[in-house]
Write a protein that binds this ligand. Structure first.
Ligand code: MTE
Ligand code: MO
Length: 535
């Protein structure tokens, strides 16, 4: 016999065998306490069922060699549908931890929904099961819409859903007797045993999932043992500043990371293949070995993200090693009508890059090393594109697997339908790095930072204090127009709180845009302004 929720039953339950207030008929208070306890058990049952499902899903993903666990599937689909403002918000809140934050967020939402499902399932199994079915459906559809999930990418989510449904059924069988009748101890013990069993089982299965997904370890090993042509020197070009301001080279560990990959694609160099095709005379297929047989180029290039706010740190300068894209494209023989390449990564990200920027003298490359090391896995191992002068989203495809020579009117790259410009030349900008958050005492103070206008060049940097006259800063040696340029200026700092501002000029003497603009749709503008307290 079932009672509608919330209605307090006051007659004596016929199956009563003991429990709180032993002997007499249960009071309304007792009944409501039992129901409360039963609801809690339902929630625990829901959460444990979901965890068991997720553990089974991770084993399935490991066995199938796919990264598409249910959480990754939902998260990746979520990222693909994130509007630019939300992406920027996530980056500004969580920085490079935005992906972990998303994983945790998805897990919390899934477990919360599963808890509700568990509570419902105590009374009506199918009502709770429906929530799991819907969650499973979302994950399966999410996995099927991912480019890198292949034919079997939906299976881990399906396995997770079926497992969760079965476990939830076990729980609901245990909990049903508790709905209207007081806890007889036996039922409670049964529930506790089942809970402990499911929790332990899930932990064990989850561990197994880690073991069977050995792909990550294999790629890490392959990367470590890779011998690549070394640059003649890692030292900064002569004359670049080294006075404690921003280092000339950004270390691989400090280099900003931006991408849509919730689970970083794992590609063995021996498995890597690149196809250059489309509007070309000769289609080209390239293995990693083929790539290493070509002439190698080492070049300092400053990479910048279009999402970089004025004064932001989504910019880094590295010594990249790789081969010239120009040579490869010329071997392929692009059609006269082609004006773009669409480059695609293992996980389905795409960038659209003007063909002209790959064929001119800027030495766009297929890079396999960064600062003398094989590309870190997060930065595109084994091969990515680097094009001086263009924001990353229109050029710097990591985990590169495909280049199609085409026309801009034939395709839309990943970020274009999401509100970002089709073309993304980097905008002239500058940043103050010191003094920053440090104690400053009155007297001469070094103000320093970087300015950049990749593949155009910076000719001058000026600084001003409290909106006063602009004063010329000293520029470090121009290593190349494709890198940032360090600058410094000595300020005779008076007591008080002051505003410092910087502006840069391009090679033709045009100043950077002073009006503030947000990153979307094609890069921020405005003057970097810092407040400094002088004691
Ligand atoms: N496969 C892939 N490549 C990608 C992206 C991505 O999301 N996926 N993001 C691009 C963007 S927006 C930038 S700014 C650069 C960042 O490169 P980094 O993470 O090595 O700094 O990578 C580009 N290449
Ligand atoms: Mo970016």
């Amino acid at each position: 016999m079932k009672q509608p929720t919330g209605q307090v039953r006051t007659d004596t339950p016929s199956r009563r065998t003991g429990g709180p207030g032993d002997g007499g008929p249960p009071t309304g208070q007792e009944l409501s306490r039992w129901r409360h306890a039963t609801r809690w058990r339902g929630a625990v049952a829901g959460v444990l069922s979901a965890l068991a499902g997720l553990a089974a899903g991770s084993v399935a993903a490991g066995l199938l060699g796919t990264s598409q666990t249910p959480v990754v599937a939902i998260g990746s689909a979520f990222i693909d549908r994130t509007p630019p403002w939300l992406k920027d918000l996530a980056i500004s809140w969580f920085g490079t931890n935005d992906k972990n934050a998303l994983r945790v967020g998805i897990l919390i939402v899934v477990l919360a929904l599963a808890a509700i499902g568990g509570v419902l399932a105590v009374r009506r199994y199918w009502a709770g099961a429906l929530i799991i079915v819907v969650l499973t459906g979302v994950a399966v559809i999410a996995a099927m819409t991912r480019a890198d999930s292949g034919q079997t990418g939906f299976l881990p989510s399906a396995v997770a859903g079926i497992t969760a449904l079965l476990i939830l059924r076990l729980f609901s069988k245990r909990l049903e007797p508790l709905i209207d009748f007081p806890d007889d101890g036996v039922t409670r013990r049964g529930f506790l045993q089942l809970s402990a069993g499911v929790a332990l089982g899930s932990a064990a299965v989850g561990l197994l999932g880690r073991v069977v997904s050995g792909n990550r370890a294999a790629v890490a090993d392959a990367r470590k043992s890779l011998k690549l042509p070394q640059p003649p020197t890692l030292a900064p070009p002569a004359g670049v500043q080294a006075d404690g301001a921003t280092p000339w080279a950004t270390s691989n560990a400090d280099f900003y990371r931006i991408d849509t990959a919730l689970s970083v694609p794992q590609i063995l160099p021996t498995d890597w293949k690149l196809r250059i095709h489309g509007m070309v005379d000769n289609e080209i297929q390239l293995t990693f070995d083929d790539l290493l047989k070509r002439q190698v180029l080492h070049k300092w290039v400053t990479l910048t993200c279009v999402s970089n706010e004025v004064g932001g740190d989504l910019i880094g300068n590295a010594l990249w090693s790789g081969v010239l894209l120009k040579d490869l494209l010329q071997e392929a023989g692009p059609s006269k009508d082609a004006d773009a390449i669409k480059s695609t990564s293992k996980d389905g990200f795409t960038a659209g890059t003007p063909l002209s920027t790959l064929l001119d003298d800027r030495q766009a490359m297929l890079a396999f090393a960064m600062n003398g090391q094989p590309l870190p896995v997060e930065h595109g191992f084994p091969v990515r594109i680097v094009v001086p002068g263009l924001y990353g989203y229109v050029s710097a495809t990591k985990w590169l697997v495909d280049i199609e020579v085409t026309r801009f009117d034939q395709f839309e790259a990943y970020w274009t339908p999401r509100g970002w410009s089709e073309l993304g030349p980097i905008k002239l900008s500058s940043r103050i790095d010191v003094p920053f958050g440090k104690k400053v005492t009155a007297g001469p103070v070094t103000v320093a930072g970087v300015a950049w206008d990749q593949h155009v060049g910076v000719s001058k940097v000026e600084v001003r204090v409290d909106g006063g006259p602009w004063q010329q800063a000293t520029l470090a040696t121009d290593a190349s127009i494709d890198t940032w340029r360090q600058w410094h200026w000595t300020w005779n700092a008076p007591h008080g709180t002051h505003l410092l501002q910087v502006r840069a000029f391009d090679d033709k003497g045009n100043p950077q845009v002073e009006a503030s603009a947000p990153p979307a749709p094609n890069g921020s503008t405005g003057l970097h302004t810092v407040s400094v307290k002088v004691d």
